[in-house]
Each structure stands twice: as C-alpha cells, then as structure tokens.
Design a protein around this ligand. Structure first.
Ligand code: NAD
Length: 363
C-alpha cells in the first residue's frame, strides 16, 4: 500500500512532571522574558493557580470564566489585558479557562502558557471557540496555540471522579473522531491509538483511586495525544454534533462528549474498517465499540443526554444546524433521518448498536 498525505505538526513546548508546575512556570516566564503576567483561572481553580504561580510576579488576576466563552466575557478579559499592558497570559484550569485565554490571544496576539487541570486538551490545539446569541463559532488561528503547556498531575487530583471520567472521555472522543476527521492521516491515527490506550489505562485507575498519580499521569498524557491528533485531523461528526449541543443548548461540554461518543462510534465504525480496527486494537478488544463500552461500564460513564437537560424538542434544531456543517469525508452518509435516530438514541441512553445500520462488522 502506498502512502500519500499532508500532515501539519504544531510547534509547542510541552513540560510534563508531577509536582513540578510552579518550577516549570517560573522558568518559562523567565525564558519568554515576560514583564507583565495575567493569570486566568476560574473561581474553583484559583487555589490551584496560586500554587502554580507562587514563584512568579503576577500583575493581573482574572477569574471571570464561563464555559463556551460568551463574547462579552471574552471582551472583558481582553480589555483587562490591554489596559494593564499584559505581555503574557497564564491560564490555569480546564478547557473553559484555556478557551478564555485563547479568546484574548486571538485579538491581542499575547502569548499563552497553559497549565491544564482537566483532560479537555484545548491547550494543544490552535482552535478557538466563542459563543454569541446561542451560536458557538469556532476557528483556527496560530495565535491561540499556547507557546508552552505545563502538565502536572498533582493539579488534577482535586478534579472530582465524575468530572475526571467525563473529561477523559472527551479526550477519548478527540482520539476516535481523529480517525475519520476531514484531515485524518496515519500520523494522527498513531497518536490517537496511543491516546486511546493511555486513557483507557488511566481512567479506571482514577476511578479506583482518585489520588492515583499513575492514573492521573496516564490520563493527562492521553489527553495531550488526543488533542494533538484532533488539532491535525479536524472536527469529525462527533465534534460537529457536540459543538451544537454545547453552543445552542448550553449542555456541559465533557459530559456531552462522553454521552454521545458511543453513538457516533456505532454509527460510523462499520463504514470505517481501518479506523475501527485501529481503535479496537488500541482498546485490546474485538471491536472498538466493545472496547469503549467496556471502559464506560468500568468508569460509570454518563449515559444519556436527558440527564443534562436535553429534550426531544431540541433534536430538529440540532439536526438542522449539524446538516449545515457536515464534516468532509465522513465514512457514512449523514441524513436528517439517521442523525435524528442517533440523537434520539443518545437522548434516551439506548443501546448504541441500534445505529450500526445494515452494514455488519467484518468477522
Ligand atoms: P471546564 O473548564 O468548564 O471545567 C469543568 C469544571 O471543573 C469547572 O467547574 C472547573 O472549575 C472545574 N475544574 C477544573 N479543573 C479542576 C480541578 N483540577 N479540580 C477541581 N475542579 C476543577 O470544562 P472542560 O471540560 O475542561 O472544558 C470545556 C471547554 O473547553 C468547552 O468550552 C470546550 O468547548 C472547550 N474545549 C476546547 C477545545 C479546543 O481545542 N478549542 C478542546 C476541548 C475543549
């Protein structure tokens, strides 16, 4: 088989080490020659941010963080950064916090050091997102890619188990969607497969013992790989659906991804034999869906969208918006009918196998 593809690797410095975030941050602030640092951390993350920033001078603290980055929240943060002459942003927190730093960087060009405390993976992508009038817009811009990412599993020990599971499955969704995203390629597939392996090893350890450093390290490592693969492959069907559910219906990001993933996998996998085989091998199971469902059962994953406030009335609008933004190269044709079936099954927590259609897995 001959190979022919184009792959872009994003340039970023990654520092990984348990208990080393404060040292890594002070060395990075010095290396980048920053004079005025603004630390962005949501209310629940401020305590962690204070520990991380203990060895640097912080000119401005900002804690008004809102999920899916409403434009007015972004505007306030941008004004604060420019009014204070900030020349470096340090974000400490989950994807919402990273997202706000990216929104500031998008219009100001101020560089970012990201210190993630969940497994959302936004820190390793050049994708930004903003929400206005119940519509989430995303875009790609090199300015929003953090210059440095500092991973420290000690900062994730306080992440509650249910949020750790949902967030880890958000990382898993990056891996699986990367296998058939519009720019899927063999390099993304290799990163995604290792991401699947690391996340499926780490998450059960976290559930068994939330203080497990090995579990937390594996999950963070898997989350990084998942995001690198996703940044290169682009948004596939799973991300297009979850993006609408988050932006239009304000559903919680990680839980939505965790719930919808088995349905998109069941929908696409029989039509994407190579992706299916790669994911199955990474899970170490007969089929990818079997591996994902086994893991979901082990970690007591979120089950149905109705648990997060979604209702059947929202399905037609979701279908309508997703159909306007269909990803290129999805392995299965997407229609209003089969998308409605997928969302209905995810709403009610039905067995995802109902979505495999008339195509059977190769034995
Ligand atoms: P989040 O950042 O909103 O965090 C979820 C909750 O966990 C928050 O209440 C937060 O304060 C709390 N939290 C975070 N870390 C904690 C810790 N260590 N201990 C205790 N509590 C902690 O949610 P998320 O799922 O990390 O991120 C979701 C957002 O990220 C969405 O807006 C999504 O669109 C965005 N995102 C963007 C990309 C991208 O590439 N641009 C990728 C993934 C996610």
């Amino acid at each position: 088989m001959s190979l022919s593809f184009e792959h872009v690797t994003l340039g970023q410095r990654v520092l990984f080490g348990h208990g080393q975030a404060a040292d890594h941050l002070s060395a990075e602030v010095e290396r980048l020659g920053a004079g005025k640092v603004m630390v962005i951390a949501g209310e629940r993350e401020v305590e962690i941010a204070e520990q991380v920033a203990a060895r640097i001078d912080v000119a401005v603290w900002h804690s008004d963080v809102v999920m899916h980055v409403p434009v007015e929240v972004a505007e306030t943060a941008r004004r604060k950064a420019t009014d204070n002459g900030v020349d470096l942003l340090v974000c400490v927190g989950g994807g919402s916090t990273t997202g706000l730093a990216k929104a500031v960087a998008l219009t100001t060009g101020i560089p970012i050091i990201a210190v993630p405390t969940t497994y959302a993976g936004s820190e390793a992508t050049n994708v930004w997102g903003l929400t206005e009038a119940a519509r989430k817009t995303t875009g790609v811009d090199h300015k929003v890619l953090p210059a440095t990412v500092i991973y420290d599993s000690a900062l994730t020990l306080s992440l509650p188990v249910d949020m750790s599971v949902a967030s880890g499955l958000n990382g898993m969704a990056h891996c699986i969607d990367s296998l058939w995203g519009p720019k899927a390629d063999p390099i993304n597939a290799a990163l995604a497969a290792e991401g699947i392996r690391a996340l499926s090893a780490g998450l059960p350890k976290i559930v068994a013992d939330p203080q497990s450093i090995a579990g937390r390290d594996e999950a963070l490592y898997g989350a990084y790989l998942s995001a690198v693969a996703f940044a290169s492959a682009g948004s596939g069907l799973h991300h297009k659906i979850c993006h609408v559910l988050g932006g239009t219906f304000n559903l919680p990001h990680a839980q939505t991804h965790a719930t919808v993933l088995p349905y998109v996998l069941a929908f696409n996998a029989p039509h994407a034999p190579q992706a299916e085989a790669r994911a199955a091998a990474a899970f170490g199971t007969g089929t990818a869906l079997e591996g994902l469902q086994k893991l979901r059962e082990q970690v007591d994953a979120p089950q149905k969208l109705s648990d997060y406030g979604f209702t059947a009335e929202g399905i037609p609008e979701t279908v309508c918006i997703v159909l306007e933004k269909l990803p290129a190269n999805n392995p299965r044709e997407i229609t209003a009918d089969n998308l409605t079936a997928l969302l209905t099954a995810a709403l009610n927590g039905d067995d995802p196998a109902v979505l495999t259609g008339d195509v059977q897995y190769a034995q």
